[in-house]
Ligand binder design. Structure first.
Ligand code: SAH
Ligand code: SF4
Length: 482
């Protein structure tokens, strides 16, 4: 037991699991309690949900197939765009009938939405049946909060937003990273490995720094240990995660940067691929590209969001680089790795963007030749500087630009796919495809290849001859299983 804030003797993090196990068991009439976690948004949320799942298993739960079948429901939410938030509001609303049928059901919300005071207030007003809210920086509070629900039987709201609105302690922005959370990974083949949390960049449109707090890097030792464990237990692909992986290490006492971290992970022996995301163009260094080019396991895939091809818009976005600067990075990358696959994120309809600016975006994507592009229409996020900027472009116009962009990129993607026609490429076979008898695989450039094969090939590397192109993915025949 240890003493915390409220001067009460409370159990330590790990001790909650056994206490909860018994209480939950009783609550569901001595059968195994069932939990259901739904994840919205990015890979960071997927990774957080793996920790929530790990904690739920430690509480003695098994996993339900749907909300209808669950005793505990957790929605891990996303706030990056308005439509993501709208989906959560709709889906939480639908839980009301379940709670009415089963008052013992525990409903919890976490993730980026719960870090905004105005959203928490709206959630409280609209959905009083929600039992528990916790923020992105208080995952380790989850067992403690569940315990409170089970013992005190009251609603609990714990997040940065609540901290602002109601004066609670949410531990937001603290420098501690809890390394002892159990993890239940979604895949036995591919793993996400967070190397840092939060973001310090404050792009003017983006809510992430406001909801996830300041940049915090994990220690290199903790990352290397987890990495070696994953390789040792047979994982074939590890993706290092962070909002801006290139600024890894900046807040650590040890002197290490992302390129050094990547090089030391790459030196771990084994049969695996190593990826990372997301990189920020302003922080990509020649050193990093050289490590990528000379690495043994590092995939020749770079996801490098450019957001806009116009210097004027990039400045308004506070991105910290110019079109020319971005293109110079791309030239260096292509020179060092001629087989590189480039992907990116772009925003259409940023406040004040003109058609001339949008044309600069079109010309940039033509010049670079991305294999795929994640395209977003600008979404106003309350509390960000862009939300205060004059936005005179109509939604209709934004949609027209968006469609034009998709058309141009679709052609580029098809051309990029055609380059592989007839080639033999190495792939990792990831799972069953939606097509009967087919498996889905990925190249190191992250391109999807559908192949015919038995399920026992899942998790293996193979050589594949590309035999066809279907819009944005490849089809092929396995020539050799590695
Ligand atoms: N940290 C990463 C990704 C952050 S969010 C990066 O900086 O690249 C993922 C993507 O969502 C962003 O790259 C951006 O293209 C998009 N995005 C973020 N905020 C947005 C907003 N307000 N409206 C539309 N798209 C947005
Ligand atoms: Fe958002 Fe910019 Fe940070 Fe990415 S780098 S998370 S877009 S603020």
């Amino acid at each position: 037991m240890k003493n915390v804030g409220e001067n009460l003797c409370v159990p330590k993090f790990e001790e909650y699991f056994n206490l909860i196990k018994n209480l939950l068991h009783q609550r569901v009439n001595f059968r195994v309690p069932r939990a259901f976690v739904r994840t919205y948004g990015c890979q960071q949320n997927v990774s957080d949900s793996e920790k929530i799942n790990g904690m739920l298993l430690a509480m003695g739960c098994e996993f339900a197939q749907s909300c209808e079948d669950a005793d505990i429901i957790v929605f891990n939410t996303c706030a990056v765009r308005e439509n993501a938030e709208d989906r959560v509001f709709g889906n939480v609303g639908a839980l009301k009938v379940l709670k009415k049928k089963n008052p013992g059901l525990i409903i919890a919300l976490c993730g980026c939405m719960t870090e905004q005071a105005h959203i928490v207030e709206r959630l409280q007003q609209s959905f009083p049946f929600v039992d528990l809210i916790f923020g992105t920086n208080s995952l380790e509070k989850f067992p403690q909060l569940i315990y409170k629900i089970l013992t005190e039987k009251k609603h609990i709201w714990s997040s940065k937003a609540e901290c602002d609105a109601y004066g609670a302690d949410a531990n937001f922005g603290g420098n501690q990273i809890n390394e002892s959370l159990p993890i239940e990974r979604a895949s036995k083949i591919k793993a996400f490995l967070p190397i840092m949390y939060g973001c310090d960049n404050f792009c003017s449109y983006c809510v992430v720094p406001h909801v996830r707090g300041r940049e915090k890097s994990r220690s290199a030792q903790a990352i290397c240990n987890e990495f070696s464990q994953l390789i040792g237990s047979g994982y074939k692909e590890i993706t290092l995660l962070g909002q801006n992986v290139n600024s890894y290490g900046k807040n650590l006492d040890e002197r290490i940067d992302f390129a050094q971290l990547l090089r030391s992970l790459d030196s771990v022996s084994g049969d695996y691929w190593l990826r990372f995301m997301t990189s920020h163009p302003k922080d990509v260094t020649p050193k990093l590209i050289n490590v990528m080019a000379s690495g043994k396991h590092i995939c020749h895939h770079l996801h490098l969001p450019f957001q806009s091809g116009s210097d004027r818009v990039l400045k308004l976005m506070n991105r910290g680089y110019t079109r020319q600067g971005y293109l110079e990075v791309i030239s260096y990358v292509k020179a060092k790795m001629p087989d590189i696959c480039l992907t990116s994120d772009v925003i259409v309809g940023f406040p004040g963007e003109r058609y001339e600016d949008f044309c600069e975006t079109l010309s940039l994507i033509k010049e670079v030749g991305f294999t795929s592009l994640f395209t977003f229409i600008y979404s106003k996020r309350s509390g960000t500087p862009a939300a205060e900027m004059d936005d005179s472009i109509s939604e209709k116009e934004k949609f027209a630009w968006f469609r034009e962009l998709l058309e141009v990129q679709n052609e580029i993607t098809t051309r990029q796919c055609q380059k592989y026609d007839g080639e033999i490429v190495k792939v990792l076979i990831e799972g069953k495809s939606t097509k009967e008898g087919a498996l889905t695989a990925r190249t190191q450039g992250n391109m999807i290849v559908d192949v015919v094969g038995e399920e026992d090939l899942v998790g293996k590397f193979a050589m594949v001859k590309v035999t066809g192109i279907k819009n944005w993915f490849l089809t092929g025949e396995i020539t050799e299983v590695l």
